[in-house]
Design a protein around this ligand. Structure first.
Ligand code: KG4
Ligand code: ZN
Length: 332
């Protein structure tokens, strides 16, 4: 939940993480997620307003995540947004979750100029996109199976770490030796911009089984070797995407963008080729309301918000296709 002021920027932010709620089950339980959304949403709206010292009737546009995601949780957000919009008589805009991630680096300083290549790495998606402007996105490549964040989470589980596994695995990897185990770099030489991470997770599974009960130091080495493999593939494909598109600006977004090893490697690659790499502020890498409010604020003056979003959510939703259809019917 966040309040974005087109003059002063982000003025209120409130976040509730459901990580603890789901941790006992080792992953997200959809029904628990949507019930918790019902409980948390309005108090979060109040918290964001208090922090911003604004009144609810000062809101001029309400944005919500319209998809992709869990149907139940999306519907709770859509209902609250529609309710506030109706009460205030202001427009309500449904935003694509990945568009929020994609534009979030523009909340940081320095702000990347268009066009750029974006690497979107979250728990559900791994995509390379060419971004020519707000609402102008072309998919360059994506994962054929697991997402990068999913690979981190599943590997973390194999190493006995809790949910969500990405940050825990990164912490374990920090004390390990990445050169100890050589894990595959899937599709690194495929010549295209697609990814595949499920084989990497299987390689870790085979390795862990072969080692019996690996001790803490060995588990740290496995974590570091896994992280090195995934970082190398992501970095190689980013460089290939920049070369193929003839661009020299790279933007990284999504939860895995918080990974410090990935950040360091991409910065190194960018320096070597004289490119620039941009990340969202660290707290805005993982899911947050600020990126959704911000995306709506950027799209409104471009006439890219549908006049009537309707009360619909899209649990499965392709960003490049959604953006192309919005472009062909812009409304002001
Ligand atoms: O974007 P996000 O918050 O939610 C989705 O839209 O999926 O991304 C969550 C993903 C999880 O898989 C989580 O393990 C991963 O991002 N993640 C990380 C780190 N922080 C979050 N993966 C690796 N290193 C991190 N530091
Ligand atoms: Zn996300």
């Amino acid at each position: 939940m966040a309040l974005y002021d087109t003059r002063s920027g982000l003025v209120g932010e409130a976040l509730h993480s459901q990580a603890k709620l789901h941790a006992a089950y080792g992953g997200v339980v959809p029904e628990l997620a949507s019930r918790d959304h019902v409980r948390r949403l309005l108090p979060l709206v109040r918290r964001a307003l208090d922090q911003a010292r604004r009144r609810v009737d000062e809101i001029g546009l309400v944005a919500f995540t319209q998809g992709p995601g869990l149907g139940g949780a999306l519907l709770v957000g859509a209902s609250v947004a529609a309710g506030i919009g109706l009460a205030l008589g202001c427009p309500v805009a449904g935003i694509h979750h990945l568009e929020g991630h994609l534009l979030s680096p523009l909340l940081g300083e320095p702000r990347p100029a268009f066009p750029f290549v974006a690497l979107l790495v979250s728990g559900g998606h791994t995509q390379l996109m060419r971004v020519d402007g707000i609402g102008r996105y072309a998919l360059l490549g994506e994962t054929l199976d697991d997402a990068a964040g999913e690979a981190f989470d599943k590997t973390a589980t194999l190493l006995g770490l809790g949910y969500p596994g990405g940050p825990a695995l990164a912490r374990l990897a920090a004390g390990g030796h990445a050169a100890r185990f050589h894990l595959p770099r899937p599709l690194i030489a495929s010549g295209d911009l697609d990814f595949s991470f499920s084989g990497l997770k299987t390689a870790v599974l085979t390795l862990v089984r072969g080692l019996g009960e690996p001790d803490e130091a060995t588990r740290a080495d496995i974590a570091a070797s896994f992280q090195a493999a995934i970082v190398e593939v992501l970095a190689a494909k980013c460089v290939r995407a920049l070369e193929r598109e003839g661009l020299d600006r790279l933007v990284v977004a999504g939860g895995v963008g918080a990974n410090t090893a990935l950040r360091a490697r991409l910065e190194e690659e960018a320096r070597a080729r004289g490119s620039e790499v941009y990340f969202p502020p660290q707290r805005l890498c993982t899911d947050n309301g600020a990126m959704i409010a911000f995306a709506a604020a950027l799209k409104q003056p471009e006439g890219l918000l549908p006049a009537e979003p309707g009360f619909t959510v899209h649990p499965r939703w392709d960003l490049a296709r959604a953006a192309a259809s919005a472009q062909s019917t812009p409304r002001r």
